[in-house]
Design a protein around this ligand. Structure first.
Ligand code: URA
Length: 231
């Protein structure tokens, strides 16, 4: 990998800033100052330092975010703060959210730079279960629950796959779905004459939102969580 790319991926620098810094002599490889920004480094065996501090390169990184209200699940947005803006301190330019939560939906969002994992989790072929804590406008009847579990028609998208409903209280349910249609939970509740009043994702497949994460906080996924998500 080129030295300028290495520094872009590890230190919070644009490509131009990385090149300028390298030209000024701020980078060294294995203890030797390098001013050629096209210099090839081996990210697993070379020791790269930036301003005399060793910088280690991780190819893939994985985080769980407790998404707060009011931020969009995108990498950039002309009007709104994005979930990736919350990761500014990480100094990586290649992060993206896995799938989307609506701007007003809270809870578990995986953020990574691993395109294969993202594809695995969002591909319609894999049917990864996602559970949402869902506040609703009024209690569900037995027939509403049956309809949600068996499948409801969503205009333009067809009939939803079997879902699970757990009633926690008259106006709070857990809904588990295995697809990712646009606004799926809100539209499913609408299809049975109800309305979502709050929405928070609790889990994706076997990985559950860490109760210790406050809204807007994130942490690295553990090795075990990464393994479970890849299975
Ligand atoms: N379903 C929705 O309606 N919104 C979300 O953000 C996620 C699932």
């Amino acid at each position: 990998m080129r030295l300028d790319k290495f520094l872009c991926d590890t230190v919070n620098l644009s490509r131009k800033e990385a090149r300028d810094s390298i030209k000024k002599g701020h980078a060294s490889v294995n203890g030797v100052k390098v001013t050629d920004f096209g210099f090839q480094v081996n990210e697993s065996s070379d020791t790269v330092s930036f301003k005399d501090t060793p910088v280690s390169y991780e190819k893939y990184v994985y985080y769980m975010l407790n998404k707060p209200d009011g931020v969009v699940s995108a990498t950039t947005d002309p009007n709104d703060k994005t979930v990736i803006d919350l990761f500014a301190d990480e100094g990586r330019k290649d992060l993206f959210p896995v799938g989307r939560l609506d701007k007003d939906t809270l809870g578990l969002l995986i953020v990574t730079n691993d395109g294969d994992l993202s594809h695995h989790l969002t591909s319609p072929r894999h049917h990864v279960a996602k559970t949402y804590l869902t506040g609703i406008d009024h209690p569900l009847s037995e027939s509403d629950i049956k309809a949600l579990c068996e499948g409801v028609e969503l205009k333009g998208d067809g009939i939803t796959k079997p879902a699970q409903v757990r009633v926690l209280s008259p106006k709070l349910i857990e809904l588990t779905i295995s697809e990712g249609m646009y606004h799926q939970v809100k539209r499913m509740l609408k299809a049975v004459g109800n309305e979502v009043t709050s929405l928070k994702r609790l889990s994706i497949g076997p990985v559950r939102l860490d109760d210790n994460l406050k809204e807007g906080e994130y942490r690295r996924l553990t090795e075990e969580e990464i393994k479970l998500l890849k299975e």
